[in-house]
Ligand binder design. Structure first.
Ligand SMILES: [Zn+2]
Length: 132
């Protein structure tokens, strides 16, 4: 599993683009959650939550960001903004299993940026022995 760190400027850019995407949350602009991913090619793709009245059908910003990158043919994700809910952590983890990249979850905590590999956030992952 490949794991690395990204530079501070990339982390800040991820947060900035995720914040700028808040205007694209659905159904109300500015209400919901957003995320940004950094791909191996160095591109950033954002996602905004798309809420359903059922809630079950709601798409989280992280899922939309991963799908957004995929739509551009980029499946190798290096980093994603966090923190993330457990559903999204599962999606991120599964993406890392497929790419072989231990995706960094970038978290800003009291103005300090942390880069935490998704593998560290999934101590008892499913599937534990992937057959992807
Ligand atoms: Zn989520």
């Amino acid at each position: 599993m490949i794991q690395s760190k990204i530079i501070q400027e990339q982390c800040e850019e991820l947060f900035a683009q995720a914040a700028a995407t808040l205007t694209n949350t659905f159904p109300k602009s500015g209400e919901g959650y957003t995320a940004a991913v950094l791909t191996k090619k160095g591109h950033i793709y954002t996602g905004a939550s798309y809420c359903s009245d059922t809630y079950t059908l709601t798409m989280h910003g992280e899922a939309v960001a991963l799908a957004h990158a995929n739509l551009h043919g980029e499946r190798e994700i290096v980093a994603i903004t966090g923190p993330n809910c457990h559903i999204c952590k599962q999606l991120i983890y599964e993406n890392s299993l497929r790419s072989g990249i231990d995706i960094l979850v970038i978290i800003k905590e009291k103005d300090k940026i942390k880069q935490i590999p998704i593998s560290k956030l999934m101590p008892y992952p499913w599937p534990d022995k992937p057959n992807l």
